[in-house]
Design a binder for this molecule. Structure first.
Ligand code: V47
Ligand code: SF4
Length: 369
């Protein structure tokens, strides 16, 4: 029996059968259909559909890389209510020096191919400070891919330097920026944004920054922060805006759903959503974002078991080895308090669920190791 027969022989609602038929025919679903999937589809059907798309796009492969995170500072001008990590200037935050960050890179495993640099928006650090950091990293490790700074950090740097967006992006490119991560997107609805991260870069600006980067040849990722005060429609609308931009630029590599974790922040009264909700969200992301090549499960946030399960719900990217170099999620209550995995452990998690592990570079080219 093929997937269409299985669906037709089941007792699903007619509207869900029609959406499933569209998905199998490779047709795009709209926001209303996306909400219908969230509200009225059981997890097994979502898994089957997402897996069908995942295998069409990425076969049986699951990608991972060897990476290291650097968090230059947790001092931040913003006051996002979900943040468990930021501090104000003069408080007990940390500020690593360029030398300290270079030492971390020098000491790191020689086989690492990517450094992921993200931190708070520090009021005194500017585009030249971070540009110099990139330059110095390139001078000691010319082949290391630098994936650095969320659109929120870039927004501040460029405005502080009195540059227009395209000029700022070009300057970062000249300093050696290779790509940027997907953070800062949160949830695009402006009313919700005003509630949970009022001072942050607007949705429109976030999208314009990614567009400008893509047009300058710098790829990026995109995220969604889900499981707080948003509705399914907000999630669908968020993904719709990403899908529209991707139609124009094709500059996004991966979409990373980030589940709201509630420890040590001012939204702690909100209960975290269930694993069923997480898997549903991965599956619907895979189905809706038909022009995104990869869906990533960020295991330091989800934990290893959920990341492994997600490989049957649309996910094809396992992020990387990390090497205990990020604090954002451990402070927010992730079960991975010191996230670190050897290549062997990642490969074993992937092969145990019948997938083929592929070490990749930051642009998803396979690396033979
Ligand atoms: O934008 C902050 C999120 C993001 C919490 O591009 C929280 O490869 C849940 O974007 N609960 C930054 N989430 C991290 C990020 C990222 C991570 C891994 C890989 C990539 C990539 C990007 O972390 C923020 C925010 O959405 N975040 N606090 C919290 N309490
Ligand atoms: Fe600052 Fe990022 Fe925390 Fe918001 S989520 S307060 S921008 S560090």
């Amino acid at each position: 029996m093929n997937i269409s027969d299985i669906i037709n022989n089941n007792n699903y609602q007619e509207s869900i059968k029609a959406i499933a038929a569209k998905i199998i025919e490779g047709k795009r679903i709209d926001i209303n259909e996306c909400v219908d999937l969230y509200e009225n589809t059981d997890l097994s059907l979502l898994g089957m559909l997402a897996n069908y798309i995942r295998e069409q796009k990425n076969g049986n492969f699951t990608y991972f890389n060897k990476n290291l995170h650097i968090e230059p500072t947790n001092i931040c001008i913003h006051n996002c209510k979900f943040c468990s990590y930021s501090k104000k200037i003069g408080g007990d935050g940390w500020e690593s020096t360029v030398d300290e960050m270079l030492e971390t890179i020098n000491k790191a495993d020689k086989s690492i191919t990517e450094v992921h640099i993200v931190g708070g928006v520090h009021p005194y650090r500017d585009i030249h400070y971070y540009g110099n950091l990139i330059k110095q990293i390139k001078s000691i490790k010319p082949n290391l891919h630098i994936k650095a700074f969320t659109a929120v950090e870039i927004d501040y740097m460029i405005k502080k330097a009195n540059l227009n967006l395209d000029e700022g992006v070009q300057l970062l490119k000249n300093y050696g920026l290779d790509s940027i991560p997907g953070g800062g997107a949160e949830i695009f609805d402006e009313t919700l944004r005003a509630e949970i991260c009022p001072s942050k870069t607007s949705s429109q600006q976030w999208l314009e920054i990614h567009k400008s980067l893509h047009l300058a040849g710098i790829p990026s990722n995109a995220t969604i922060l889900y499981g707080h005060i948003e509705t399914y429609r907000h999630r669908a609308e968020h993904m719709d805006r990403l899908r529209l931009l991707q139609d124009q630029t094709k500059g996004f590599n991966a979409f990373i759903p980030l589940k709201f974790k509630h420890k040590n922040n001012t939204m702690s009264e909100i209960k975290e959503v269930s694993v069923v909700e997480d898997l549903k969200n991965y599956a619907i992301s895979r189905i809706f974002l038909d022009n995104f090549p990869h869906i990533k499960s960020y295991w330091p946030m989800t934990g290893k078991s959920l990341a492994q399960l997600s490989l049957s719900f649309g996910v094809d990217d396992f992020d990387g080895t990390i090497n205990d170099s990020t604090k954002i999620y451990s402070l927010a209550g992730s079960e991975e308090q010191n996230p670190s995995m050897s290549t062997e452990e990642i490969k074993e998690l992937i092969t145990t669920v019948g997938r083929i592990p592929v070490e990749r570079d930051s642009l998803y080219n396979p690396i033979n190791s």
